[in-house]
Design a protein around this ligand. Structure first.
Ligand SMILES: O=C(O)CCC(=O)C(=O)O
Ligand SMILES: [Fe+2]
Length: 437
């Protein structure tokens, strides 16, 4: 009763207070990286916790104590206090406020996007190890890049991040690794895919890294896109253009197959905490890597045992966070030769007339090759090139000064002509596309 009276004074409320058992805890949510276990450790110091509801992706939660005394004690001790979670070195200030009641809506199971399939334990732990050990990141080649949010390696064909497409007439010397072909034959035999892929992108993500939501360019790849997840589980966000978002649990060693609607219409990506509103791709072109994506080291996952393949999120109160390790994914695709004629024109670069057709190098005659790859490039960079090349190189100046008076000098491809006046005793013939002196 003493506590109740203190609460009356403190909160300006009138007795009786049947509702003084539930609190909203601001900054204590999954959305700002606080896990259920860690928060419970803090909350149960003040009494028995009847329920803790943590909505996914929200920076708050709701706690209901078994007695008003416990709730009031938590309120007066915790609100405005800094909490340090030692294991994650995370410091946050919790703010508490009483709420009437906490309603937990039983959400019905969410179906996977149509055409999406997840096969758990597609590879054994031994196979996983062999696959991971056989990626030679240390022998860098042209087809390996460190992107802003991950590192990548390509086989079969290089995926170009400048136009989100592939040079279809330039296959890489190394095809798909033999080990991968064995796995792909397994996919074919099990009826998981219909066609043998010929392109592989290996993505490696450190904890907190991810891939922005995107649709793989329609004109670049055929229907089935298959991704093998190694090293760590993740929750991948799938989003329909109408805003429907489905978080999909992708377990370690599982195979994800996107076909039909899930491949063509829904964006996939995630490992991000930023709100994913406004991030649906309007065209088949990948969304640019946007800095506003906040990386996360923890994913929201279901705590129920045995993840169901066809069910991705049930009850908001049942979600918790799991720590992520390095995840390596093998994404297999089949290059599309010709335009895409899918049933989703609104997101199809072929049908939107956005398909980037790069001329086949082998089709170009030498003159047009020179035009395309020399003249055009110099034309594009001319301003910058000239402004950074105003000082003559000392060795070239020495050479010009060493020549006897009246010598004839040809400066072929003279750029901005910076050597023309160096030695006035010479006959200089300087030429570039624009300057002929
Ligand atoms: O990491 C993954 O599983 C997906 C990779 C992906 O979507 C891509 O490279 O386009
Ligand atoms: Fe993708």
């Amino acid at each position: 009763m003493v506590i109740r009276s203190a609460a009356v004074d403190m909160l300006g409320l009138t007795d009786p207070f049947p509702f003084l058992q539930s609190l909203v805890v601001a900054n204590g949510g999954l959305g700002n990286g606080v896990s259920r276990e860690r928060l419970l450790d803090v909350l149960k110091v003040y009494g028995m916790v009847e329920s803790l509801v943590m909505p996914p992706n929200k920076p708050y939660c709701f706690v209901t104590y078994s007695s008003p005394e416990a709730a009031i004690s938590a309120y007066s001790s915790l609100s405005g206090r800094d909490i340090l979670f030692v294991d994650t070195a995370q410091k946050i200030t919790l703010y508490l406020s009483f709420v009437d009641k906490v309603e937990v809506k039983e959400t019905s199971p969410v179906a996977l996007p149509p055409g999406l399939l997840i096969v758990e334990d597609f590879v054994s732990p031994e196979e996983e190890l062999v696959l991971l050990e056989n990626i030679h990141w240390e022998t860098e080649n042209d087809h390996q890049k460190s992107l802003k949010h991950r590192r990548v390696k390509h086989y079969g064909y290089e995926f170009r991040y400048d136009n989100n497409n592939v040079d279809k007439d330039q296959p890489l010397p190394e095809g798909l690794p033999a080990l991968c072909k064995i796995l792909l034959r397994r996919c074919l035999n099990q009826g998981l895919i219909k066609n043998m892929p010929d392109q592989l992108t290996i993505n490696q993500y450190e904890p907190g890294q991810g891939i922005p939501p995107h649709i793989d360019t329609h004109s670049a790849f055929e229907d089935e896109i298959t991704s093998l997840s190694l090293g760590s589980e993740i929750v991948m966000d799938f989003r329909h253009p109408d805003g429907t978002s489905v978080p999909v649990m992708v377990p370690q060693r599982s195979l994800l197959v996107m076909s039909g609607e899930s491949r063509y219409l829904w964006t996939h990506g995630g490992f991000t905490t930023a709100p994913i509103e406004n991030r649906s791709c309007k065209t088949a072109v990948k969304c640019a890597e946007k800095p506003r994506i906040t990386p996360r080291k923890l994913d929201v996952v279901q705590i129920s045992e045995g993840q169901k393949v066809e069910t991705v999120s049930r009850n908001a109160g049942e979600l918790t966070l799991s720590r992520r390790g390095t995840r390596t994914s093998f994404t297999f695709r089949k290059i599309r030769h010709g335009s895409c004629k899918c049933a989703y024109p609104s997101v199809c670069d072929s049908q939107q007339g956005l398909e980037k057709k790069s001329p086949r190098v082998s089709d170009l005659v030498p003159e047009s090759l020179e035009k395309e790859y020399v003249h055009k490039v110099y034309e594009d960079i001319a301003g910058h090139f000239s402004s950074t090349r105003h000082s003559p190189w000392p060795k070239v100046v020495d050479f010009l000064m060493s020549l006897s008076a009246g010598s004839l000098v040809a400066d072929v491809g003279c750029g901005n002509g910076k050597y023309i006046g160096v030695n006035k005793n010479l006959y200089m013939v300087s030429n570039s596309k624009k300057i002929i002196v």
